[in-house]
Ligand binder design. Structure first.
Ligand code: HGY
Ligand code: MN
Ligand code: MN
Ligand code: MN
Length: 398
């Protein structure tokens, strides 16, 4: 089945009528349905499927072994996300295997399609959790203790899906099998429209991280409390949101976002006792921590003026990544010199790039919008991308 028809096949899974788009989060009903879909589709291609200790699914074409060519992406989404971010890479990998099998190709090296767990961090808050656990770039105890918005820990959710929480953590043996990793992904931006090409080769992923700002004040009655008697955490939180924009605008090429802000208890006629907000900050090079420190300083000043406190916690951070030079060059040669694209979006390939030669292919998204229902890629470009992936996987596996 072509990648576009595989995406069509799952187009009703995890639709989110409230937010629009899709909400498919680690081990929830929708993502579990997608996992089962992947296992069934991989089985039809004769791939040997297994789930690793961290919840990543591996579909082996032939016997697992060293110097493996591995491709894949993720099936989870952001809340109210698009149909392509993640599943496009998985569907294209399945289509690429079918294209190669149909022409009688057999890989000369071990070959696997992988689906990483919790790439968006949409449930447990840390992006690329599955690939960070595989590579040991997150402490296993910290990961086990991560809580979702309902207070369920990653360990509990993993156990419920059949994993042994005690085994969660770096999987050196499995990591050691990977010779090359290649992720195909929908473009999250509009570079390819302007460049007039259906595909591009990834070159860099900019540094990015997530920080939690927890503002503590005094919960109180909205009508009975004079303004001068308040310690309202919503005020410094709001000032921090404005400071994020102001300071990011003053920092070259910075992107900084507050997409999630949670007042507790969250009543219309209640002055909040606490307000939590999450900052997603990304600046090429080493300037992200500096930008965040400036924002935190303003947050502390604003909290002090309102008689509140603020606690800032770093929840995740990844440095700038440059993909493997030789692989980038080979991909460019094999695909006839498509453009190279930097990206501000994080990917599992960027986590693996610290351990194995990794690369990315992007497929044109004419809306230039992602992490939103408008995310899109034409079927013609989707299937062109899958054929391009098949071509380069054949070269890598010969
Ligand atoms: O947030 C990101 O950049 C990615 O889509 N997980
Ligand atoms: Mn994403
Ligand atoms: Mn993605
Ligand atoms: Mn990714």
């Amino acid at each position: 089945m072509t990648a576009s028809s595989l995406l069509e096949e799952i187009s009703d899974v995890g639709r989110d009528p409230k937010r629009g788009g899709y909400s498919r989060h680690a081990f929830d009903a929708a993502e579990t349905e997608l996992r089962a879909w992947f296992v069934e589709r991989a089985g039809r291609l004769g791939l040997g499927v297994e789930t690793d200790r961290n919840g990543n699914i591996w579909a082996w074409w032939g016997t697992p072994g060293p110097d493996a060519v591995v491709t894949g992406s993720h099936l989870d989404s952001v809340p109210g996300g698009g149909a392509f971010d993640g599943p496009l890479g998985v569907a294209s990998a399945l289509d690429a295997v079918e294209i190669l099998q149909a022409k009688g190709f057999r890989p000369a090296k071990p070959f696997a399609v992988v689906v990483f767990a919790e790439e968006e961090g949409g449930r447990f808050g840390v992006p690329c959790l599955g690939s960070r656990l595989l590579t040991g770039t997150i402490d296993a105890d910290k990961a086990r203790g991560l809580r979702d918005p309902d207070g369920v820990t990653f360990a509990e959710a993993a156990a419920k899906t059949g994993l042994d929480p005690k085994r969660i953590g770096r999987d050196s043996e499995r990591l050691g099998l990977i010779g090359r990793f290649l992720e195909l992904h929908v473009e999250q931006g509009r570079g390819l429209i302007d460049l007039g090409s259906p595909v591009a080769v990834g070159n860099t992923v900019i540094a990015h991280g997530r920080w939690r700002f927890s503002f503590q004040g005094q919960g109180n009655h909205a009508g009975a409390t004079l303004i001068g008697d308040r310690r309202d955490p919503m005020i410094p939180a709001a000032e921090t949101v404005l400071a994020v924009r102001k300071l990011a605008k003053a920092t070259a090429d910075a992107r900084a976002t507050v997409g999630r802000l949670v007042p507790v208890p969250g009543g219309t006629n209640v002055i909040a006792s606490t307000v939590d907000l999450w900052l997603d900050a990304r600046v090429p090079g080493t300037a992200t921590p500096e930008l965040v420190a400036e924002i935190a300083k303003l947050a502390e000043e604003a909290a002090g003026q309102e008689g509140c406190r603020v606690e800032v916690t770093r929840e995740s951070y990844s440095d700038d990544v440059i993909f493997d030079d030789a692989l980038r060059r080979d991909l460019g040669t094999w695909l006839g010199g498509p453009p190279e694209l930097p990206t501000g979006a994080g990917h599992d390939a960027a986590i693996l790039a610290g351990f194995v030669p990794s690369g990315m292919l992007y497929v044109r998204n004419p809306t230039g919008i992602s992490h939103s229902p408008e995310e899109f890629s034409e079927a013609e470009d989707v299937d062109h991308g899958a054929r391009a992936l098949a071509d380069v996987l054949e070269k890598l596996s010969t």
